[in-house]
Unconditional design. Structure first.
Ligand code: DHK
Length: 149
């Protein structure tokens, strides 16, 4: 059985669908999780989907992924721009890492333009709304295949 792909979500993403819908859209995080689970099944993958507002919890999940996952998709939300601790945890992982942002962070305030996570991500999806998670998952399926050949 293939190892799961971890999909991790940072602070305030629990409010997806209610929070600034003009930026983040009207889908909830539960909707995103459901589409990821559906797509993963189609792709022959399994996913473990988590969200936390706490930096330490995201770091602990990255450590767990290090032992148990075949790849990791992360939307670190505001921690993207602040967290060296999340970057260091990701640097300790050997599998593909894809960074997702619902909005195009480069079209927004200057403080969102820099991402610590991008310095170690294998791929970045930004500005495609919640569809970005599915795009990353599709790419993960081919990356994971390529690594196991
Ligand atoms: C989500 C957030 O919560 C912001 O802090 C980031 C990101 C952008 C997103 O687009 O998914 O700056």
């Amino acid at each position: 059985m293939t190892k799961p792909v971890f999909i991790l979500n940072g602070p305030n993403l629990n409010l997806l669908g209610k929070r600034e819908p003009e930026i983040y859209g009207s889908e909830t995080l539960a909707d995103v999780e459901a589409s990821c689970v559906r797509l993963a099944e189609e792709l022959g993958l399994t996913v473990r989907f988590h969200q936390s507002n706490a930096e330490f919890q995201i770091i602990d999940w990255i450590h767990e992924a290090r032992e148990e996952a075949c790849g990791l998709i992360i939307n670190p939300a505001a921690f993207t721009h602040t967290s060296i601790a999340i970057l260091d945890a990701l640097k300790a992982c050997a599998f593909p890492i894809f960074e997702v942002h619902i909005s195009n962070i480069h079209k927004r305030e200057a403080f969102r333009h820099h991402s610590y996570v991008s310095t170690c991500a294998d791929g970045i999806v930004a500005g495609f709304g919640t569809q970005g998670y599915e795009m990353a998952l599709r790419r993960m399926a081919t990356s994971v295949d390529a690594e196991t050949i």
